[in-house]
Design a protein around this ligand. Structure first.
Ligand SMILES: NC(=O)c1ccc[n+]([C@@H]2O[C@H](COP(=O)([O-])OP(=O)(O)OC[C@H]3O[C@@H](n4cnc5c(N)ncnc54)[C@H](OP(=O)(O)O)[C@@H]3O)[C@@H](O)[C@H]2O)c1
Length: 341
């Protein structure tokens, strides 16, 4: 008798990292439930999983809707089988300075990116806790540690994801649960995100280099799901950023202010009316796949254009240290000048 195939649920599986992750799980012998909203991407993802010999179940669901996510989980359990791994990956974002953000857009980005992860974790736990086994992997980012300009909604959501993860993990440890909850913090990845995110700018957004391919992210997510470790920060530059932020918090703000504004745009103009995926999927007619438009630059840390930029990075870091020191000195002078009492 053949071995029973394990079952994985991937949210945001119609495109980008989620799509590559669905393929990685199918390749390693899983049947895969694909959760997202867009028809074209979901159908194409289902075909990719099936071509690799896995059973695939595509479920159209908006992860910001807690009830719909719970119903999707039940459908997966009924139609595909008991879920072994649940990956919370879906996201959306809006590029704009905080003072230009429309409150409803900020709220929607947080509902999908943060609450989507919460509702997914709750739905998975509802089925996994009684069985006392299973693995949940929540997809994080370097931007769950370092806030950068123009991404306040996304960074807020990703920081919140870490808080939710730590509390829930402690609860599972408290009850000595056999369910593992993990996070994988990704670096910049070449995905369709930058072609369909909402933006107030007239240039095509891009991830802050060094840029990695979605298949590299997918391998890390699969690895963590299989070994159940607490967390993984993917990419050497990402590890440096995360470590620096905990050591030199103020310096990080100054560095982000100088280095992470223009670096989030290409020179390519965009149509002011291009459709955005904040509220509705934009792949109703055409599948966008897992890759964005940055294949040429997606060599990760070893991409020559990133390596050539390192001296500039060092200069900006020195300027950030100086900027932070002068801000602290100003605060100290203000404190000294305040009348006592
Ligand atoms: N790309 C990067 O540079 C980068 C860096 C660090 C971390 N990450 C993390 O990697 C993960 C994937 O990002 P990505 O770049 O692959 O994003 P992406 O290319 O924009 O893909 C997002 C996926 O989420 C789905 N989605 C969006 N809104 C949804 C909703 N309301 N309900 C259900 N599904 C929804 C989209 O499909 P539909 O539109 O069809 O629903 C799509 O499948 C995210 O957690 C992100 O934070 C990405």
């Amino acid at each position: 008798m053949g071995q029973v195939r394990k079952k994985a649920v991937i949210t945001g599986a119609s495109g980008g990292v989620g799509r590559a992750t669905a393929v990685a799980f199918a390749r390693s012998g899983f049947d895969v439930a694909l959760l997202a909203r867009g028809d074209a991407g979901l159908s194409a993802a289902r075909e990719e999983v099936e071509a690799l010999g896995g059973a695939a179940l595509a479920v159209e669901v908006d992860v910001a809707d807690a009830g719909a996510v719970a119903r999707a989980a039940q459908r997966v359990e009924d139609d595909l089988g008991e879920v072994d791994v649940w990956v919370n990956n879906a996201m959306t974002t809006v590029f704009a300075p905080s003072w230009e953000l429309v409150p409803a857009d900020f709220q929607r980005a947080v509902e999908v990116t943060f609450l989507g992860q919460v509702w997914g974790t709750m739905a998975a736990l509802r089925h996994m806790r009684p069985r006392d086994r299973g693995s949940i992997v929540n997809v994080g980012s370097a931007l769950a540690f370092v806030g950068i300009p123009l991404q306040s909604a996304y960074c807020s959501a990703k920081f919140a994801c870490r808080g939710f993860f730590e509390s829930t993990r402690a609860e599972l440890l408290h009850e000595q649960s056999g369910v593992h909850l993990s996070m994988v913090h990704l670096p910049a990845v070449n995905t369709p995100q930058f072609g369909w995110c909402q933006t107030t700018f007239d240039r095509h957004p891009q991830p802050v280099p060094p840029i990695y391919q979605p298949e590299t992210a997918a391998r890390a997510i699969l690895q963590v799901a299989l070994d159940g470790r607490r967390e993984k920060v993917l990419g050497s530059w990402n590890k440096v950023l995360v470590a620096c932020d905990s050591l030199f918090r103020g310096v990080g703000d100054h560095y982000a202010a100088m280095a992470a504004w223009d670096s989030q745009f290409t020179d390519q103009p965009i149509d002011p009316d291009r459709p955005a995926n904040l509220r509705h999927p934009v792949d109703r007619v055409a599948d966008r796949g897992s890759h964005g438009i940055f294949d040429k630059w997606a060599g990760g840390f070893w991409d020559p254009s990133f390596l050539h930029g390192l001296p500039r990075t060092a200069r900006l870091f020195a300027a950030a240290v100086a900027g932070n020191a002068s801000e602290r000195a100003r605060a100290l002078r203000a404190r000294a000048a305040r009348p006592a009492g």
